[in-house]
Design a protein around this ligand. Structure first.
Ligand SMILES: Nc1ncnc2c1ncn2[C@@H]1O[C@H](COP(=O)(O)OP(=O)(O)O)[C@@H](O)[C@H]1O
Ligand SMILES: [Mg+2]
Length: 406
């Protein structure tokens, strides 16, 4: 089993997927823009070979280089788990004649408008929506949809350039910010709580799923720097209140014909109990949420993912033991991290329930919180009881403080 894996070193969880592939007996061939020496150790150790390319966004160039590099050798799978390179992966599959998602099948996963059209056709509830290319098209879309609404890039990620617009005055402020964006989605604003529905799917059948709760909603978290955003993997995704979302997620997999691998969906639960679909990625969630699933169920989903894509089977019994909270921290001030307060006490009090500390160490430069949800680091706690988990998460939010200075 020879697997071509795009970008084995970035984002941060990619080396774990490479490890997963090697663990189930695959030979893994990496392609990325980092130098081989810059790859994290876990990736390097489990790669059979590596091709460095100058620019991962120059799709035709990468396809050509890969084709030359592979030559007459056999490739069985092309796997890509980073949002921006999904189409590139599909192009490589087509160029090498490898089975798996084609460029056409990848489209609804990369174009929020195509996605919603397909889901509408399947009778799945999406926000009322339309796309727009120009300022006048946006204005026409706003007339049609009505306030409050959302305007966002058609291929956005991480809530970048995503705006809630509740009035004509706000629209005038937002329009100039969208000038560089070729195409946007204009959507009815859906009020409610926001959840994920993440799956490990094997030949169209969901083998495992995870429901995580965003506290607060991602757009709110990305609009207010002072917030320490939380993502909570729920121990009981089968509770009655979530059933509408879980059922919807199953329908989406079927409607889009997704075959094998990780998916990451987002959906909104309104106060009246109605579920509205948000979006789907044909890839795992980022920000170490795959690790969260592992902490929730004490399994190795990196390896199980690999088993599915290589051998078409999963080999584990899912035991849902914990709720898991990841709390992302943003330092106060700019520059280097100079002080971290409250850590000792939280460590003492949380004991074994604190399972992962991943804060930037003193002396490091702050990360750009607008560009990465990870921000200046995170803490992960888990507990069988949801209320206890939330209490620990909130205490990390308020009592743990990081300070930066330039
Ligand atoms: N129609 C909508 N109604 C309410 N909130 C929305 C809507 N569309 C987007 N948002 C908010 O913006 C965030 C980012 O939008 P999303 O479609 O998930 O794009 P991406 O995560 O790819 O940037 C969502 O998580 C949600 O908080
Ligand atoms: Mg999203």
């Amino acid at each position: 089993m020879d697997v071509l894996f795009l970008s084995p070193g970035y984002p941060g969880e990619m080396p774990e997927f490479v490890r997963g592939l090697a663990t189930v007996g695959a030979r893994v061939w990496g392609v990325g823009d980092q130098t081989q020496g810059a790859l994290p150790l876990t990736a390097r150790r489990h790669l059979a070979g590596y091709l460095q390319v100058p620019n991962m966004f120059d799709e035709l160039d990468v396809v050509e280089r890969v084709r030359r590099w592979i030559g007459r050798r056999q490739v069985d799978r092309v796997e890509v788990l980073g949002e921006f390179w999904m189409v590139l992966g599909a192009r490589i599959r087509e160029a090498l004649g490898v089975a798996g998602m084609t460029v056409e099948q990848t489209r609804p996963f990369r174009d929020k408008e195509v996605m919603k059209q397909r889901l509408d056709a399947a009778g799945i509830r999406t926000p009322r929506h339309t796309n727009a290319h120009t300022e006048s098209e946006i204005r026409a879309a706003v007339e049609k949809i009505g306030y409050p609404l959302i305007i966002k890039p058609i291929d956005g990620a991480g809530s970048a350039n995503t705006h809630r617009v509740e009035s004509p005055a706000r629209l005038e402020k937002v329009l100039p910010q969208l000038r560089g964006v070729a195409e946007v989605s204009v959507e009815e604003f859906i009020d409610g709580e926001e959840f994920t529905f993440d799956t490990l799917t094997c030949d169209g059948e969901i083998q495992y799923y995870n429901v995580a709760w965003y506290r607060p909603r991602p757009l709110v978290a990305r609009t207010n720097e002072w917030i320490s955003p939380q993502v909570i993997a729920l121990r009981h995704p089968d509770q009655a209140a979530l059933a509408v979302g879980v059922e919807m997620g199953h329908k989406v997999i079927e409607a889009l014909g997704f075959k094998s691998g990780f998916t990451h969906m987002e959906w909104y639960l309104k106060a009246n109990g109605e579920a509205v679909f948000g979006e789907i990625g044909g890839r795992p969630p980022g920000a170490r949420q795959v690790d969260q699933m592992n902490y929730a169920c004490d399994f190795d989903s990196f390896v199980e993912w690999a088993r599915i894509v290589c051998w078409g089977t999963m080999d584990t019994r899912i035991a849902r033991n914990y709720n898991v909270a990841t709390v992302f921290k943003r330092a106060m001030g700019e520059g280097r991290i100079v002080r971290i307060d409250g850590l000792e006490r939280l460590r003492r009090e949380f004991g074994p329930y604190l399972v992962w500390e991943n804060l930037l160490p003193l002396g490091s430069m702050r990360r750009n919180w607008l560009q990465t949800l990870i921000s200046d680091g995170f803490m992960v706690v888990r507990h069988p009881d949801l209320a206890v988990t939330l209490e620990m998460a909130d205490r990390i939010g308020t009592e743990l403080r990081m300070y930066a200075q330039s």
